[in-house]
Design a protein around this ligand. Structure first.
Ligand SMILES: NC(=O)c1ccc[n+]([C@@H]2O[C@H](COP(=O)([O-])OP(=O)(O)OC[C@H]3O[C@@H](n4cnc5c(N)ncnc54)[C@H](OP(=O)(O)O)[C@@H]3O)[C@@H](O)[C@H]2O)c1
Length: 309
């Protein structure tokens, strides 16, 4: 069996299950694209691999999810098969951070409401009581201070905000930090520990009028509690890229059982945070680099099965 974790590299075969549209993908091993992996596969690049296919690959040592968030399928596959290691990519951290910033600035200035008015020829918001929020001088809490969160933090500091990053080492202080979070940006992975983290109780800890941005995963927030807080004014505005319901059939398909789409103080996007004109090229480059390191037996941080990310 070929070693993928420090062993000398021999007989590696890389299979990329979804046929990509990349200009190049150069790794120091034979590579196949699309369809079922050949029996000699040692490294399988696939987000949601089929259990039976995985078990038919006797030399398989690594599964690479070609994006950041780990779906439950590969995690449970690896949990039950200790010979397999799981890896993921953070290629689009800057793209996703830029989306978080776009949602934040749009939410702070109630941009979707202003844009909708102008499209109706309605200038009345110009003469109404202003609901715009100045961000400079305020405090932003960035929940999840990894590849995405740190980029968000850097830009917000440059914009004059005070930034507090929260990661596992200081998550225990969350309840004492939230009352001063005039802006809360969520850039966490969805794991057993983060699901429902921002529940009704914690949403009530936020200062009145706070702005909430989520580019992590929907179920990190209790959607009913967030909806009610936005409707009733406890939370001032929100920018949401990730959701609780994803489309399963014909449109329209609303992204939560709560009618966020009826609230003027919410800016919504259909989980496109990580997708820009540069992200696919970067996906290929980061994936090639990661696979090459595995093939050469160099150290690569694997997903922690117990932490779920
Ligand atoms: N909207 C989109 O299109 C899009 C695109 C890409 C990614 N995402 C989402 O964004 C997530 C983060 O991506 P990333 O590349 O920034 O990942 P990352 O570099 O792994 O960063 C994750 C951060 O979350 C923290 N964290 C994890 N579990 C925690 C817990 N239980 N309590 C407190 N902090 C915890 C980590 O803490 P430590 O620093 O202590 O490890 C780390 O700071 C992904 O998992 C994915 O769900 C969304």
């Amino acid at each position: 069996m070929a070693g993928v974790d420090g062993g000398l590299l021999m007989n590696h075969h890389v299979h990329v299950a979804e046929k990509p549209d990349w200009p190049s993908f150069e790794v120091p091993a034979p590579v196949t694209f699309g369809g079922d992996p050949p029996p000699e596969t040692t490294i399988l690049v696939q987000g949601r691999p089929d259990e039976r296919v995985v078990d038919s690959l006797r030399n398989l040592g690594a599964i690479v999810v070609p994006w950041a968030g780990i779906p439950p399928e590969p995690l449970s596959l690896v949990t039950n098969r200790p010979r397999l290691r799981l890896y993921n990519l953070h290629h689009n951290a800057v793209d996703t951070a830029e989306m978080a910033l776009a949602l934040l600035f749009a939410a702070a200035r109630r941009l979707s409401m202003l844009d909708a008015s102008m499209r109706r020829g309605d200038w009345s918001p110009r003469f109404a009581r202003t609901e715009a929020t100045r961000l400079a001088g305020k405090r932003a809490v960035v929940l999840g201070y990894g590849a995405i969160g740190r980029h968000v933090g850097k830009v917000l500091e440059a914009a004059g905000m005070e930034v507090v990053g929260v990661r596992r080492s200081n998550i225990g202080t969350l309840d004492t930090i939230l009352p001063s979070a005039q802006v809360l940006v969520i850039a966490l992975p969805l794991t057993a520990a983060t699901e429902g983290l921002l529940d009704g109780r914690r949403i009530e800890l936020l200062p009145r009028g706070a702005i909430v941005v989520n580019i992590g995963r929907g179920p990190i927030i209790d959607d009913q509690a967030l909806y009610r807080a936005l409707r009733d004014g406890g939370v001032g505005a929100a920018g949401l890229d990730v959701w609780w319901n994803y489309p399963t059939g014909d449109p329209p398909h609303y992204p939560s059982n709560q009618p966020f789409h009826e609230l003027p103080n919410v800016v919504m996007s259909p989980h496109v945070g990580g997708a820009t004109d540069s992200s696919e090229v970067d996906r290929a480059a980061h994936l090639a680099e990661l696979v090459a390191r595995l093939v050469r037996g160099e150290p690569v941080r694997a997903v922690s099965v117990s932490d779920g990310y």
